[in-house]
Design a protein around this ligand. Structure first.
Ligand SMILES: C[S@@+](CC[C@H](N)C(=O)[O-])C[C@H]1O[C@@H](n2cnc3c(N)ncnc32)[C@H](O)[C@@H]1O
Length: 262
Protein backbone atom coordinates (compact mmCIF):
# COMPACT_ATOMS: atom_id res chain seq x y z
CA UNK A 1 0.00 0.00 0.00
CA UNK A 2 1.42 3.45 -0.87
CA UNK A 3 2.29 5.62 2.12
CA UNK A 4 -0.16 8.25 3.25
CA UNK A 5 0.85 11.54 1.59
CA UNK A 6 0.52 13.22 4.99
CA UNK A 7 3.48 11.15 6.13
CA UNK A 8 5.78 12.01 3.31
CA UNK A 9 5.27 15.56 2.02
CA UNK A 10 7.89 17.76 3.59
CA UNK A 11 6.17 19.15 6.65
CA UNK A 12 6.12 22.63 5.15
CA UNK A 13 2.83 21.82 3.50
CA UNK A 14 1.24 20.50 6.65
CA UNK A 15 1.57 23.39 9.06
CA UNK A 16 -0.47 21.79 11.78
CA UNK A 17 1.90 18.85 12.16
CA UNK A 18 5.13 20.47 13.16
CA UNK A 19 6.41 23.33 15.10
CA UNK A 20 7.76 26.33 13.30
CA UNK A 21 6.21 25.88 9.90
CA UNK A 22 4.80 28.98 8.33
CA UNK A 23 1.45 28.01 6.85
CA UNK A 24 1.87 26.82 3.28
CA UNK A 25 4.89 29.04 2.57
CA UNK A 26 5.77 26.96 -0.48
CA UNK A 27 2.25 27.15 -1.87
CA UNK A 28 2.06 30.90 -1.40
CA UNK A 29 5.46 31.43 -2.99
CA UNK A 30 4.38 29.35 -6.02
CA UNK A 31 1.13 31.31 -6.27
CA UNK A 32 2.99 34.63 -6.12
CA UNK A 33 5.45 33.43 -8.76
CA UNK A 34 2.61 32.28 -11.06
CA UNK A 35 0.78 35.59 -10.69
CA UNK A 36 3.96 37.57 -11.47
CA UNK A 37 4.67 35.44 -14.56
CA UNK A 38 1.07 35.88 -15.71
CA UNK A 39 1.44 39.65 -15.48
CA UNK A 40 4.67 39.48 -17.50
CA UNK A 41 3.34 37.26 -20.30
CA UNK A 42 -0.12 38.81 -20.28
CA UNK A 43 -2.20 35.69 -19.70
CA UNK A 44 -2.85 33.10 -17.01
CA UNK A 45 -0.40 30.17 -16.98
CA UNK A 46 -0.61 26.60 -18.19
CA UNK A 47 0.50 24.65 -15.14
CA UNK A 48 1.37 21.00 -14.70
CA UNK A 49 1.21 19.66 -11.14
CA UNK A 50 2.99 16.32 -11.28
CA UNK A 51 1.90 14.11 -8.40
CA UNK A 52 -0.54 16.86 -7.48
CA UNK A 53 -2.50 14.51 -5.22
CA UNK A 54 -5.62 16.03 -3.73
CA UNK A 55 -4.93 19.51 -5.05
CA UNK A 56 -3.12 21.35 -2.24
CA UNK A 57 -1.21 23.31 -4.88
CA UNK A 58 -3.45 22.84 -7.94
CA UNK A 59 -6.65 24.22 -6.44
CA UNK A 60 -5.15 27.52 -5.17
CA UNK A 61 -3.53 28.04 -8.59
CA UNK A 62 -6.80 27.27 -10.39
CA UNK A 63 -8.52 29.76 -8.06
CA UNK A 64 -6.19 32.41 -9.46
CA UNK A 65 -7.41 31.55 -12.97
CA UNK A 66 -4.44 29.44 -14.10
CA UNK A 67 -5.21 26.30 -16.12
CA UNK A 68 -3.86 23.37 -14.14
CA UNK A 69 -3.27 19.80 -15.27
CA UNK A 70 -2.72 17.31 -12.45
CA UNK A 71 -0.98 14.04 -13.28
CA UNK A 72 -1.11 11.52 -10.47
CA UNK A 73 -1.17 7.70 -10.36
CA UNK A 74 -3.61 7.50 -7.45
CA UNK A 75 -7.31 7.20 -8.39
CA UNK A 76 -8.26 8.02 -4.78
CA UNK A 77 -6.25 11.23 -4.84
CA UNK A 78 -7.76 12.22 -8.18
CA UNK A 79 -11.29 11.57 -6.87
CA UNK A 80 -10.58 13.77 -3.83
CA UNK A 81 -9.11 16.40 -6.15
CA UNK A 82 -12.27 16.40 -8.28
CA UNK A 83 -14.43 16.89 -5.16
CA UNK A 84 -12.23 19.70 -3.89
CA UNK A 85 -12.20 21.40 -7.29
CA UNK A 86 -16.02 21.24 -7.48
CA UNK A 87 -16.36 22.65 -3.98
CA UNK A 88 -13.98 25.48 -4.83
CA UNK A 89 -15.82 26.11 -8.11
CA UNK A 90 -12.65 25.70 -10.19
CA UNK A 91 -13.29 22.41 -12.00
CA UNK A 92 -13.30 24.22 -15.39
CA UNK A 93 -9.67 25.23 -14.79
CA UNK A 94 -8.51 21.76 -13.77
CA UNK A 95 -7.73 18.68 -15.85
CA UNK A 96 -6.73 15.50 -14.11
CA UNK A 97 -4.88 12.63 -15.75
CA UNK A 98 -4.04 9.31 -14.16
CA UNK A 99 -0.38 8.79 -14.89
CA UNK A 100 3.04 9.05 -13.35
CA UNK A 101 6.36 10.78 -13.52
CA UNK A 102 8.04 7.77 -15.08
CA UNK A 103 5.92 7.91 -18.23
CA UNK A 104 5.30 11.64 -18.37
CA UNK A 105 6.32 12.12 -21.99
CA UNK A 106 3.71 9.67 -23.26
CA UNK A 107 1.04 11.02 -20.89
CA UNK A 108 1.51 14.63 -22.02
CA UNK A 109 2.28 14.11 -25.71
CA UNK A 110 2.94 17.58 -27.21
CA UNK A 111 1.41 19.61 -24.37
CA UNK A 112 3.84 22.25 -23.02
CA UNK A 113 3.57 24.25 -19.80
CA UNK A 114 4.67 27.60 -18.36
CA UNK A 115 5.06 26.18 -14.87
CA UNK A 116 5.53 22.67 -13.54
CA UNK A 117 5.10 21.91 -9.83
CA UNK A 118 6.65 18.72 -8.51
CA UNK A 119 6.21 18.75 -4.75
CA UNK A 120 6.90 15.68 -2.61
CA UNK A 121 7.01 13.41 -5.66
CA UNK A 122 10.60 12.94 -6.80
CA UNK A 123 11.01 10.75 -3.72
CA UNK A 124 8.72 8.15 -5.34
CA UNK A 125 9.58 7.97 -9.01
CA UNK A 126 11.73 5.15 -10.41
CA UNK A 127 14.38 7.42 -11.88
CA UNK A 128 14.51 11.05 -10.64
CA UNK A 129 16.96 12.12 -13.37
CA UNK A 130 14.67 10.76 -16.11
CA UNK A 131 11.61 12.41 -14.55
CA UNK A 132 13.40 15.76 -14.36
CA UNK A 133 14.40 15.44 -18.02
CA UNK A 134 10.77 14.71 -18.92
CA UNK A 135 9.66 17.75 -16.87
CA UNK A 136 12.23 19.90 -18.64
CA UNK A 137 10.87 18.69 -22.01
CA UNK A 138 7.35 19.54 -20.86
CA UNK A 139 8.32 23.16 -20.13
CA UNK A 140 8.14 25.93 -22.71
CA UNK A 141 11.39 27.84 -23.11
CA UNK A 142 11.46 30.34 -20.23
CA UNK A 143 9.10 28.16 -18.18
CA UNK A 144 9.82 27.29 -14.57
CA UNK A 145 9.85 24.26 -12.35
CA UNK A 146 8.96 24.45 -8.66
CA UNK A 147 10.54 21.43 -7.02
CA UNK A 148 10.05 20.45 -3.38
CA UNK A 149 11.91 17.44 -2.05
CA UNK A 150 12.61 15.96 1.36
CA UNK A 151 16.09 16.77 2.67
CA UNK A 152 18.30 13.99 3.98
CA UNK A 153 20.15 15.89 6.69
CA UNK A 154 16.97 17.09 8.39
CA UNK A 155 15.97 13.54 9.22
CA UNK A 156 19.51 12.69 10.40
CA UNK A 157 19.31 15.55 12.93
CA UNK A 158 15.73 14.75 13.93
CA UNK A 159 16.51 11.09 14.55
CA UNK A 160 19.68 11.85 16.54
CA UNK A 161 17.85 14.39 18.72
CA UNK A 162 15.14 11.81 19.33
CA UNK A 163 17.79 9.33 20.55
CA UNK A 164 17.39 7.12 17.47
CA UNK A 165 21.12 6.97 16.76
CA UNK A 166 21.02 3.87 14.55
CA UNK A 167 18.32 5.38 12.38
CA UNK A 168 20.24 8.68 12.22
CA UNK A 169 23.33 6.83 11.03
CA UNK A 170 21.32 4.83 8.50
CA UNK A 171 19.75 7.99 7.06
CA UNK A 172 23.19 9.57 6.80
CA UNK A 173 24.89 6.62 5.13
CA UNK A 174 22.11 5.01 3.10
CA UNK A 175 22.34 5.79 -0.62
CA UNK A 176 18.70 6.90 -0.59
CA UNK A 177 18.73 8.67 2.76
CA UNK A 178 16.34 6.20 4.37
CA UNK A 179 16.42 5.58 8.11
CA UNK A 180 15.24 1.98 7.95
CA UNK A 181 12.99 -0.57 6.33
CA UNK A 182 9.83 1.02 7.71
CA UNK A 183 10.74 4.52 6.55
CA UNK A 184 7.69 5.62 4.51
CA UNK A 185 9.90 7.58 2.12
CA UNK A 186 11.72 5.69 -0.65
CA UNK A 187 14.28 8.46 -1.06
CA UNK A 188 15.58 11.75 0.37
CA UNK A 189 17.93 14.22 -1.24
CA UNK A 190 21.06 16.20 -0.55
CA UNK A 191 20.86 19.73 -1.87
CA UNK A 192 23.94 19.47 -4.10
CA UNK A 193 22.55 16.32 -5.74
CA UNK A 194 19.25 18.04 -6.54
CA UNK A 195 21.10 20.96 -8.08
CA UNK A 196 23.17 18.54 -10.16
CA UNK A 197 20.06 16.69 -11.33
CA UNK A 198 18.38 19.94 -12.36
CA UNK A 199 21.41 21.11 -14.29
CA UNK A 200 21.67 17.68 -15.94
CA UNK A 201 18.06 18.06 -17.07
CA UNK A 202 18.88 21.33 -18.84
CA UNK A 203 17.42 23.59 -16.15
CA UNK A 204 19.03 26.60 -14.51
CA UNK A 205 18.54 26.89 -10.77
CA UNK A 206 17.14 30.34 -10.00
CA UNK A 207 16.27 30.03 -6.31
CA UNK A 208 16.92 27.68 -3.42
CA UNK A 209 14.99 27.83 -0.16
CA UNK A 210 15.06 25.56 2.82
CA UNK A 211 11.78 25.04 4.54
CA UNK A 212 11.54 24.13 8.17
CA UNK A 213 15.17 24.04 9.28
CA UNK A 214 14.65 24.63 13.00
CA UNK A 215 10.94 24.05 13.41
CA UNK A 216 11.36 20.48 12.27
CA UNK A 217 13.59 19.84 15.31
CA UNK A 218 11.43 21.49 17.97
CA UNK A 219 8.87 19.26 19.70
CA UNK A 220 5.37 20.31 18.65
CA UNK A 221 4.41 20.53 22.35
CA UNK A 222 6.72 23.54 22.71
CA UNK A 223 5.08 25.48 19.93
CA UNK A 224 1.44 26.21 20.52
CA UNK A 225 0.72 29.58 18.98
CA UNK A 226 0.90 31.28 15.61
CA UNK A 227 3.35 33.72 17.17
CA UNK A 228 5.69 30.82 18.04
CA UNK A 229 5.40 29.45 14.53
CA UNK A 230 6.08 32.84 12.99
CA UNK A 231 9.09 33.33 15.29
CA UNK A 232 10.58 29.99 14.25
CA UNK A 233 9.97 30.66 10.58
CA UNK A 234 11.67 34.05 10.97
CA UNK A 235 14.61 32.34 12.69
CA UNK A 236 14.92 29.98 9.72
CA UNK A 237 15.09 32.94 7.38
CA UNK A 238 17.59 34.87 9.50
CA UNK A 239 19.71 31.76 9.84
CA UNK A 240 20.40 31.49 6.13
CA UNK A 241 20.24 35.20 5.28
CA UNK A 242 23.76 36.11 6.39
CA UNK A 243 26.62 35.66 3.93
CA UNK A 244 28.51 32.46 4.64
CA UNK A 245 25.55 30.70 6.21
CA UNK A 246 23.71 29.74 3.01
CA UNK A 247 25.03 26.21 3.42
CA UNK A 248 22.55 25.77 6.30
CA UNK A 249 19.81 25.52 3.69
CA UNK A 250 20.85 21.93 3.21
CA UNK A 251 19.42 21.22 6.68
CA UNK A 252 15.89 22.02 5.57
CA UNK A 253 13.26 19.37 6.06
CA UNK A 254 12.01 20.50 2.69
CA UNK A 255 14.32 21.71 -0.08
CA UNK A 256 12.45 24.03 -2.41
CA UNK A 257 14.14 24.90 -5.68
CA UNK A 258 12.91 27.00 -8.55
CA UNK A 259 14.60 26.29 -11.88
CA UNK A 260 14.12 27.77 -15.33
CA UNK A 261 14.28 26.24 -18.77
CA UNK A 262 16.32 28.56 -21.01
C1 LIG B 1 3.42 13.23 -0.78
S1 LIG B 1 2.16 13.37 -1.92
C2 LIG B 1 2.33 15.02 -2.54
C3 LIG B 1 1.05 15.57 -3.05
C4 LIG B 1 1.12 17.01 -3.55
N1 LIG B 1 2.16 17.20 -4.56
C5 LIG B 1 1.34 17.97 -2.42
O1 LIG B 1 2.35 18.67 -2.43
O2 LIG B 1 0.50 18.03 -1.52
C6 LIG B 1 2.88 12.41 -3.18
C7 LIG B 1 2.00 12.31 -4.40
O3 LIG B 1 2.79 11.71 -5.43
C8 LIG B 1 1.99 10.76 -6.10
N2 LIG B 1 2.92 9.81 -6.71
C9 LIG B 1 3.45 8.67 -6.20
N3 LIG B 1 4.25 8.08 -7.09
C10 LIG B 1 4.27 8.88 -8.18
C11 LIG B 1 4.92 8.82 -9.45
N4 LIG B 1 5.72 7.80 -9.76
N5 LIG B 1 4.69 9.82 -10.33
C12 LIG B 1 3.88 10.85 -10.02
N6 LIG B 1 3.24 10.96 -8.84
C13 LIG B 1 3.43 9.99 -7.94
C14 LIG B 1 1.10 10.18 -5.03
O4 LIG B 1 -0.06 9.59 -5.57
C15 LIG B 1 0.79 11.42 -4.19
O5 LIG B 1 -0.36 12.09 -4.66
Amino acid sequence: MPPDPEDVVPDEQHPQRRAGTRPSAVVSSVRTHADEEARIIGRQLDVLDLGGGTGGVAVPLAEEGHRVTVVDPSPDALAALARRAREAGVHDNLTSIQGDGDSLASVLAEHRFDLVCCHGVLEFVDDPAATLRAISEALRPGGTLSLLVAGRLAVVFAKAIAGEFGQARAALTDADGRWGRTDPLPRRFDLDLVEELLTGAGLTVAQVRATNILGHLVPASLVDSDADRAALAELDELLVAAPGREFLRTLGNGLHLVARRD
